[in-house]
Design a protein around this ligand. Sequence first.
Ligand code: PLP
Length: 434
Amino acid sequence: MTDATQKYLRSADYNTESSAVIAGSVNSNVRLGGASIPLCFERAEGPHLYDIDGNTFIDYALGMGPTILGHAPKVVSDAVAQSLSMGQMFAGQHRAELELGKLLVEHIPSAERVRIGMTGSEVVQAALRVSRAHTGRKKFIKFEGQYHGWFDNVLISHSPHPAEPGEKLPVPREAHLETRGQSRSVLDDVIVLPWNDLDAVRHTLEEHGDNIAALITEPVMCNTGAILPRKGYLEGLRELTREHGVVLIFDEVITGFRLGLGGAQGRYGITPDLSTFAKAMANGFPIAALAGRRDLMDMFGTGAVNHSGTYNSNVPSVVASIATIRALAADNGAALARAEDMGKALMAGLAEIGGASGLQVSGVGTCFNTYFGESGSVIDYQSYRKTDQARQKEFLVALLANGIRPTARGTWFVSTAHDQTTIDSTLDAARKAL
Ligand SMILES: Cc1ncc(COP(=O)(O)O)c(C=O)c1O
């Protein structure tokens, strides 16, 4: 047994006991693999996680992105606690959901109307459905390496086999199903393209535009490498989709309320037709939103297009979202700006101490990725997969052993609770890990 596994004995015991009742001892497949054994946690506070073995971690996984204010912020916990006595759901409306709706319309540039849902996966489905209804077309474009939830029609080419050395992949790519049991029929509706390649989009729209309802993209490719859009790329997507009557969907489930109060669309000044939000909008309480153009969104309003859900707009989640957005918006967004500065300092520190070892740092302050490869070589999924994945994994295991927990994919989320002390401790630990 290695020193590292000795540190997680109680988690290992927990997994053994749990796997007799919970399939694989986890409740989301994302938690199965990763840089270490699945850990069992006791509690979390601010930027810290505490596991049942007594280990403390500085957390950069942040629940896979949601806890933008850090764990258990009083402002959110108190608001939710106070709301509990008013009831949780009414199968009808309540005032807090209107308040949240107004906040979303105020902060999200493309939001003329909104609908509130429960998860990112669900509101992505609503976006695709209304795009089909609006255009009368069937197919949609998605990009290799991007993730839009776990449902059959979008769980495609998130992590396909990378090209062999010298192999030239076709454009569009061959669409790749990600799980056994997935219906093959979904392949008829999707076109998979490499990201950051405007020509690929242009040619595809010229050839198949008449049958394409929507183009869905993460505006920053947070699910693979935290890769930034090339200069002019998002603008190009906006122009091309408009030209061909295709609905442009920004999937801001990660970037929303993290890259800025107006998400990536606010940051880059590009207005999509529809956009999806979840994660950071309620600091860990389950909620999501679809926002967009009035004429599209009103198709839900008239009942022409179905969007439903028993738990949509449940009181605790709505109240948590209002408290989170208000905290982020206070003092002209000061907390988020500070988190971004902390993140930038961490990115710069990691680049400095890891530069000689080939460590690359890509992304923005509040969401970035670390990998080992050639500087400037990563622009899309295939180039990311050419980086040294084995070394990346070793680095992540070593970070964990030194009390630092990014996600198992090497993504680092920074919250408003990470301060200079946590950044300094993180850099010390990263030095040891390297
Ligand atoms: C960009 C993006 N879209 C959609 C989803 C799905 O969201 P959820 O896990 O809430 O269903 C995720 C989840 O990580 C995501 O990163």
